[in-house]
Structures are given as C-alpha cells and as structure tokens.
Design a protein around this ligand. Structure first.
Ligand SMILES: C[S@@+](CC[C@H](N)C(=O)[O-])C[C@H]1O[C@@H](n2cnc3c(N)ncnc32)[C@H](O)[C@@H]1O
Length: 440
C-alpha cells in the first residue's frame, strides 16, 4: 500500500527522510518509532512526555517491588502466601524488563540516561499511564476471541455499504483494524492512536515476534492466577493494506475529505474532546456521503453539561451535517478474562451517520498547547496554575519545617506569624492536611 499519510499540521505531502518522513511544505519531521510512524504534530514532545511517564512507572515499580519483597519476608506468613507474593513480585519484575525494552524504541536518544532535574509523579499515587491499556493486549491477542468477534459484529451491523478507505480512531492494539481489513475487505484501513504501548506491542507481533507479559486479574481464582504469564503472538499474518500510526485522530495525518468510513470504537468516551468537536473532526475527514460508524459507551466523567445522553448525542451528530441511519444500544461483555473473578457488562451505543455536507469549522482541542511546542510563546495565566502556585507555596512552607524536631504546635506558631493568620485557625487546617500525607 502506498503511504496513506500526509502532514498532520498542514496536509502537505511527505517525503522520505532519515528515520522517517518530512513534510515537503512545512518541513516538520515524523520519525518511525518501533516500526510505527509517529504522525503527531510535535513528535519530540510526545516522546519526551512518554519518557517521563516511563520514568514515573519505573519509580512506582521500584517501590512496589521493594514493598512486595518486604511483604514476602515478613514473619508468620503461610508458606503458600509467601510463594504467592514472590510469584507476583517476579511477574512484575519480568514485565518491567519487557516494558523498558519495548519503550527503548520510543525514548528519545538525547533524553536517555541524562540527569533528571525536575520531580516526577509521586510513585505512591499508582498513576501509571504506561500500562494503562495493557489488559487490551490479553483480550485482543490471548483469550478474548468472543469479544473481538463481537466488536467486528457491531461494525458489520452498522455498515450498510462497502467500507472503502477506512480509518479506525483510537485503534488501541489495532485488532479491530486488522479484523476489518481481513474480514470486511476495506480498500485500506488506517489505525490511529496516541498511546504508545498497544501499538508498540502489535508492531512487534506483526513482525513475527512473540512477547511474554503478565495479566493481573481482579479477584483471581488461584495463586497462579494472581499473575498469569501470557505469550502474545499475532493471531494471523498482517493483512495487506493496513497501516498504523501514532496520531491524534482529531487532527489526523490524512487529507481532509479523503475517507469513506471512520470507525470510532470505544473512542468518544475516551478522547479529550466534546462530542461536538469529535463529530466536526470526523466530518472533516470524511468525503461527502462517507459514513461514521460509532459504538461504545458515552462519556461518564467530567462536567455535567458535557455528559450527554444518547438523545443529545444524536442531535449533535445530526447538527454536524450527518444523517443518522442504523442505531442500537445493548449490553456487551467487557474484559471477561477467564482468570478473573469479576466481570463487567457495559451498555454500548451504536450508530451509523452519513455525511450530508461540510460542517462549520470547530477546531478540536490540541493534544499539546501551542506554547509547549513553540517555546518562544508566552505561557498563558490559568486559574488552575494560580491555585497550584498558592498550594505549592503553602505546602513548601509546611514541609520545610518537618525535620524530625518540630511539632505541629511549633509549625503552626511559626507559619501563623509568617503568614499573618491566627495559629488556631492554621492548626485547624494543618492537622487534616498532615493526616492525608503519607508518612512511611
Ligand atoms: C477505551 S480505549 C479503546 C481502544 C479500542 N478502540 C478498543 O475498542 O479496545 C480508547 C483509545 O482511544 C485512544 N485515544 C484517546 N484519545 C485519542 C486521540 N486524540 N487520538 C487517537 N487515539 C486516542 C486511547 O489511547 C485508547 O487507546
């Protein structure tokens, strides 16, 4: 298949360049990372962000491994309990090696091994976006055949015409794109996602490699099932005419009006955009008469005014120059791992919508603020930064007095004097503040 991508910034034509491509119009460069073209508007920022997330993950895992070590060595444990903890410990250590190896393709060479000046996320928060979608890998390449078949079945029910030039937004592991191309004979299928892990894995599997990773099911059935070792391999050879890219699907590296079909599986709830912005972006990418096939849940977190119910979504889609066709809602199994003791069922909404005209431009939110990419731009004042500044000043003041010698009363007296507030008022806030900090 000829390279389907254009420059996501200016839609210019790309030419080959060292390690990837370059736009012949604006000159922006797009590297290939782990065999996947990195078609984000600012690839180096995206890579640097994931490098820092990898650092956070490694810090969190180091803490987790020493906590597991300590637990396994505690006295008075059943031998079985000790063995189970060591089993999980070894699995986590093995996954750490696998993730570091996988991300080696992504970490910018200039950033690797350099001194780290700024703090990362607190490893105790457990916030590890690096492994956020790892369970999708087991569903899509190990035990989830009925769920992948059901996903393809939903697309079949929605599609009333040949798919033609197709894009899958938020493609995850890429499994649906592979199935759509193989089973529904699209002219070509492009899969776009901003998360590196699933596509880095899939890219290796499609090159014939196998990977060992562990699944950590909720409520496991047995000691062994606390960490289930899986050997991942491609379910079939890569079909012709499928291409994946790391890309913001709302600013896709595709010529406007060039797609016959856009599929958004479990995407509208996950993308950081209002459904109005998503609908407008899908409209721009489709040719007149092209179709948008959507299925998945609706957004359930955020401001109430943005948590649309399905009737509102239908109205928004119709108002964005689409004509609605097939629609359904039904409950589907969600990650029914055979190793887990708990299973979810989710209500998904499906619709097919045909583009009837061009919609007024509604630029989607950028993945990164302009001033993060163009470092000469002034950083705008934001209300949340002002709040953060205030909290940070207060927190630094308090933490700077915790040195193993001062009591709460000492801190309240000293800071109350500095800040010009009554010590009793400060004390009333200090105690709950410190009660929430982790002292370990
Ligand atoms: C809930 S997951 C669904 C994955 C896959 N479609 C599936 O059904 O298993 C949502 C996916 O959307 C991706 N995503 C979120 N925002 C995106 C964006 N702006 N562009 C491309 N992908 C995005 C996430 O990284 C994630 O892989």
């Amino acid at each position: 298949m000829t390279d389907p991508f254009v420059c996501p910034r200016c839609h210019g034509v790309l030419e080959s360049a060292a390690g990837g491509t370059r736009c012949t119009a604006c000159g922006n460069a797009y590297p290939v990372v782990g065999g996947v073209p990195c078609m984000l508007e600012d690839p180096s920022l995206w890579r640097a962000l994931w490098k820092s997330r990898l650092d956070d993950y490694l810090a969190a895992i180091a803490q987790r491994l020493s906590a597991l070590d300590a637990e396994a060595n505690a006295p008075n444990l059943l031998e079985k309990t000790r063995k189970r903890i060591r089993h999980v410990h070894d699995a986590v250590a093995s996954d750490r090696r696998a993730f570091v190896e996988l991300f080696a393709d992504l970490v910018p060479r200039e950033a690797a091994g350099g001194p780290k000046l700024l703090p990362g996320a607190d490893p105790r928060t457990g916030d590890t976006p690096v492994i956020e979608y790892s369970e999708h890998l087991f569903r899509d390449f190990v035990w989830g055949q009925s769920e992948t078949e059901s996903a393809l079945g939903l697309v079949k029910r929605l599609a009333s015409q040949p798919l033609g030039k197709t894009a899958v937004y938020g493609v995850g592991t890429g499994r649906l794109a592979l199935d759509v191309q193989r089973e529904l004979g699209a002219e070509r299928t492009v899969g776009l996602d901003i998360h590196p892990l699933p596509l880095l894995v899939t890219s290796r599997l499609l090159r014939g490699e196998e990977l060992e990773l562990h699944e950590y099911p909720l409520a496991p059935h047995s000691s062994e099932a606390t960490a289930v070792r899986h050997r991942l391999k491609a379910p079939f050879p890569k079909p012709e005419n499928v291409a994946f890219a790391f890309a913001d699907a709302l600013r896709p590296p595709l010529a406007p009006g060039s797609l016959d079909t856009v599929i958004t599986p479990w995407f509208v709830d996950a993308v950081a955009a209002d459904i109005r912005e998503t609908a407008a972006a899908v409209n721009v990418a489709l040719r007149p008469g092209g179709v948008w096939l959507n299925y998945g849940p609706l957004r359930f977190q955020g401001e109430l005014s943005r948590l649309y119910v399905i009737d509102e979504v239908h109205d928004i889609v119709s108002a964005t120059a689409f004509e609605l066709g097939t629609r359904f809602s039904e409950d589907v199994p969600y990650f029914h791992s055979p190793h887990s003791g708990t299973h979810r069922t989710d209500r998904v909404f499906g619709f097919a919508a045909r583009k009837t005209g061009e919609t007024p431009a509604l630029p989607p939110p950028p993945l990164f603020a302009a001033w993060l990419s163009d470092t000469s731009l002034p950083i705008p004042v934001s209300r949340s930064f002002a709040g953060l500044q205030k909290t940070s000043i207060l927190t630094v003041g308090i933490l700077s007095m915790i040195d193993g010698r001062h009591s709460l009363a000492d801190i309240a007296t000293s800071l109350a004097q500095q800040w010009g507030v009554p010590p009793a008022v400060l004390m009333a806030e200090l105690r709950p503040f410190l009660a929430r900090l982790p002292f370990d």
